[in-house]
Design a protein around this ligand. Structure first.
Ligand code: NI
Ligand code: MN
Length: 224
């Protein structure tokens, strides 16, 4: 499995030959200005919630690639209204088998409204179970005790967690989330994009004890 970071909370994942893209927010992100959006491949686009900093480039990439968008029912309905033809609606607790692996939509404690004010349903994250490893993409969320269940139940090999504070959990709560999730590796995100979420990811790395912290910069790719 290859993971590419496109800044903020946007990641690409290549799994079993399929390209997944999470929460594309690239063109408005100064830290991601060197990313060539038109070169990003996507068979599936997974959207955690409706906020602009998670969907900014999703419609254009979905139309260019023909990718299937996976999110909650309300967000998929909105993508349909934007002319995106392929959508797969889910809701919390449900999972669905795709050709790259199984996706479960899980709770996030946050909010969700689309850029034009349309109701975006309840926000979520994703647990992916694949033959190349299982991982948890938290989306924007507070620390929740539900993460302990994910850690006990889903055999997570790595996790992608927000650490920016203010709008999501900050470093100390993300450290607790790692204790709950017990991933082998963890990648922090949703920090430094804006002044209000400036954080030192090295502090997160110092505080996490039993998992390897991988700090990625926009454009970085890792193989897991
Ligand atoms: Ni948000
Ligand atoms: Mn956000």
């Amino acid at each position: 499995m290859h993971i590419t970071y496109y800044g903020h909370s946007c990641f690409g994942a290549e799994i079993n030959g399929k390209h997944l893209l999470f929460d594309p927010f690239i063109s408005p992100n100064e830290l991601a200005k060197d990313i060539d959006i038109d070169a990003i491949k996507a068979d599936f686009i997974l959207i955690s919630h409706g906020h602009e900093d998670h969907v900014a480039d999703a419609v254009s990439i979905a139309k260019r690639t023909g990718a299937t968008v996976i999110s909650n029912y309300e967000i998929i309905t909105w993508f349909g209204s934007q002319g995106v033809e392929n959508g797969h609606p889910m809701n919390h607790g449900g999972d669905k088998e795709f050709d790259f692996g199984k996706v479960k939509y899980v709770n996030a404690v946050h909010s969700s409204v689309l850029p034009d004010g349309t109701y975006g349903g309840n926000p979520g994250g994703f647990v992916l179970q694949t033959s190349e490893g299982n991982f948890y993409y938290a989306g924007d969320t507070a620390l929740t005790y539900d993460m302990k269940l994910i850690g006990e139940y889903e055999n997570i090999s790595f996790a992608i967690l927000p650490i920016g504070n203010n709008f999501t959990m900050g470093i100390d709560d993300a450290v607790k989330a790692v204790e709950f999730l017990k991933p082998k590796k963890v990648v922090p995100c949703h920090y430094n994009t804006f002044p209000i979420i400036e954080q030192d990811a090295n502090q997160f790395a110092d505080k996490v004890k039993d998992s390897e912290v991988i700090i990625m910069n926009p454009g970085d790719m890792i193989s897991l």
